[in-house]
Design a protein around this ligand. Structure first.
Ligand code: HEM
Length: 142
């Protein structure tokens, strides 16, 4: 595979997986009741890792040693994406673990924990939407 094709493939995979991550996170917020299945959290984690890795490869080859307006837009997206991953795999997952530890019928005690999970998921989805806008904004300035 020549270099151009490698970059095109990486960019395609990055964009598609990024949108899949955002889509799954919106699905969690809109249609799933916390605590969300461990499988969903695993898929979110895998998407976050792959998107970040592909994004860093793209940055390394397409933006070496420069920091202009395009990189500023990208940096906003990167910070939002990393914060979203932190919320999903820190705040949301940790509180879901606490809810599960309360047993099958957690009752009222779980309410504050559920609120924290919902807040983390909503903020993460919002940040991923901002990340997508920032990435597309950088692309428009090409
Ligand atoms: C840490 C995470 C991320 C890093 C390091 C990163 C980095 C990058 C880089 C370097 C590019 C290439 C810009 C160019 O063509 O010169 C890019 C493009 C893109 N990224 Fe990301 N990104 C990240 C997260 C995301 C997320 C979460 C999404 C979606 C929600 C996303 C969606 C896109 C899209 C759609 C493009 C193509 C933009 C265009 O060319 O119009 N990225 N990203």
């Amino acid at each position: 595979m020549d270099f151009t094709k490698f970059i095109q493939a990486t960019a395609g995979i990055h964009g598609i997986l990024g949108v899949a991550w955002l889509g799954l996170s919106l699905h969690v917020v809109m249609f799933l009741k916390p605590p969300v299945s461990v499988v969903v959290r695993k898929i979110q984690a895998i998407l976050a890792i792959l998107v970040t890795f592909a994004g860093l490869v793209l940055w390394h080859y397409l933006h070496p040693g420069v920091f202009g307006i395009r990189e500023a837009w990208l940096a906003v997206g990167v910070v939002c994406a990393i914060a979203a991953a932190g919320l999903q795999h820190g705040m949301a997952k940790a509180n879901e673990r606490r809810i599960r530890a309360l047993g099958p019928e957690p009752g009222e005690v779980a309410m504050p924990l559920l609120k924290k999970v919902r807040l983390a998921d909503r903020l993460a989805a919002l940040l991923l939407a901002v990340a997508l806008i920032a990435m597309l904004g950088s692309g428009l300035l090409r």
